[in-house]
Design a protein around this ligand. Structure first.
Ligand SMILES: Cc1ncc(COP(=O)(O)O)c(C=O)c1O
Length: 389
């Protein structure tokens, strides 16, 4: 029998990363030394006190049973306390916090919760490509919000036509940004709340990198803007904050109606997350935060090393405000540049075009690799003698 897959599934965007990772695996299997700076996968371990918490929670039979449906109230309370301590944002744990299988799951779910077929979703361009799948599943349309260097990589709402504003129901934002590594000031979020309220657009702020502020900067949370909770929600992730990417845990907070919709959808997919993971997440959020500061310093050193190196080699590069460097490519064809760099110099980076049309002309370089590997990458980029932009 020929199995027919539902059309909406066939319409899902394919991950461009899979092909490159396949090629990296081939090269490594053939004995090549590839410096892989393509993905944003933390290379350092989860802090021991969090792992120890998981170990002891896993031994407790109470954590072997089905957990309560929408996540442990103690964890929601820990998320609310984390927001109060870091951003002075007050949240009701019962109605304004939902627990997620990593921020990624929620970032797909929110489109399914809020978009009807034919609606418009305002999508930063470039953007983290995982946002796109939910919009496709909802049969809605994406309208780009170009992120331009000339505008500090912030969208310009005044450039949107009345028809788009009328049909827009959801908007994604992401600061500190992946891939361009920019941050956003509070005034931008105040403008965003005004725009969203005027046009009845729900804001989905992806704050997955919020805890890693470079050079003493504390990245602003969207929820710090007046009235933000009326118009939107914010996603946080423990993946980068505590090197817990493999644990799959995050949260979404803010507007209670959106939170209720996400909980409703999740009730049908899961019976919440494993309780021992949720309890270890409580330890992470409420325990000592020195590990986050130490991680940030490690990333700052890596960033400085990389930026100094490529600048010496002639690249005009902005100082990243997050864990990715956004490197302009000679000739402007990011896919061709990345392919050549991988084949000739054995350095893997992500072409900007994978993140949207406005990503073209750049490649994203992940700083989630030890200093010696970043040094090696700089040396190979310099030796590659590619013509400079
Ligand atoms: C911008 C952005 N948002 C969300 C995520 C996903 O976070 P999580 O691991 O919590 O699913 C990532 C992961 O790379 C990301 O880059």
């Amino acid at each position: 029998m020929r199995i027919e897959i539902a059309r909406r599934l066939l319409e899902l965007p394919r991950s461009s990363f899979a092909t490159t990772i396949g090629r990296i695996d081939q090269l490594v299997a053939a004995g090549e030394d590839v410096v892989n700076l393509c993905q944003g996968n933390p290379d350092l371990p989860t802090p021991p006190h969090i792992v120890e918490s998981l170990r002891s929670q896993a031994l407790d039979p109470a954590n072997h049973r089905y957990p309560s449906f929408s996540g442990l109230l103690e964890l929601k309370d820990a998320v609310a306390r984390w927001y109060a301590a870091h951003y002075r944002v007050e949240l009701d744990p019962g109605s304004e916090v939902a627990i997620l299988f990593g921020a990624k799951a929620g970032l797909v779910e929110i489109s399914q919760c809020l978009l009807n077929p034919g609606d418009v979703c305002l999508m930063p361009d470039p953007a983290f490509p995982d946002y796109w799948a939910g919009v496709v599943l909802a049969k809605a349309h994406m309208h780009p919000l170009p992120l331009l260097r000339s505008n500090g990589y912030l969208p310009d709402y005044s450039a949107l036509g009345p028809d788009v504003c009328e049909r827009a129901r959801l908007m994604f934002l992401n600061y500190p940004n992946n891939p361009v590594s920019a941050t956003a000031p509070l005034e931008f979020y105040q403008d965003t709340v005004r725009f969203a309220a005027e046009h009845r657009v729900v804001v989905a702020s992806d704050f997955a990198y919020g805890a890693l502020g470079f050079d003493g900067e504390v990245p602003v949370s969207f929820l710090q803007a007046d009235g933000a909770k009326d118009v939107g929600v914010e996603f946080i992730s423990l993946s980068k904050m505590f090197n817990m990417a493999g644990w799959r845990i995050g949260a979404v907070v803010g507007n209670p109606e959106v939170i209720a919709a996400i909980n409703l959808l999740q009730e049908h997919y899961y019976v919440s997350l494993p309780p021992f993971i949720q309890r270890a997440a409580i330890t992470a959020l409420t325990g000592p935060q020195d590990c986050v500061r130490e991680l940030t310093s490690i990333y700052e050193r890596r960033r400085d090393l990389f930026v100094d190196g490529v600048r010496q080699a002639g690249w005009d590069i902005d100082v990243p405000r997050s864990i990715f460097a956004w490197l302009p490519v000679p000739g402007g064809d990011s896919v061709a540049f990345a392919e050549e760099l991988l084949e000739r110099s054995k350095v893997a980076v992500a072409p900007g075009r994978w993140f949207g049309a406005h990503g073209e002309g750049f490649v994203r370089v992940s700083l989630l690799a030890p200093e010696e590997r970043l040094r090696e990458a700089v040396a190979r980029l310099t030796d590659a003698r590619v013509p400079q932009p």
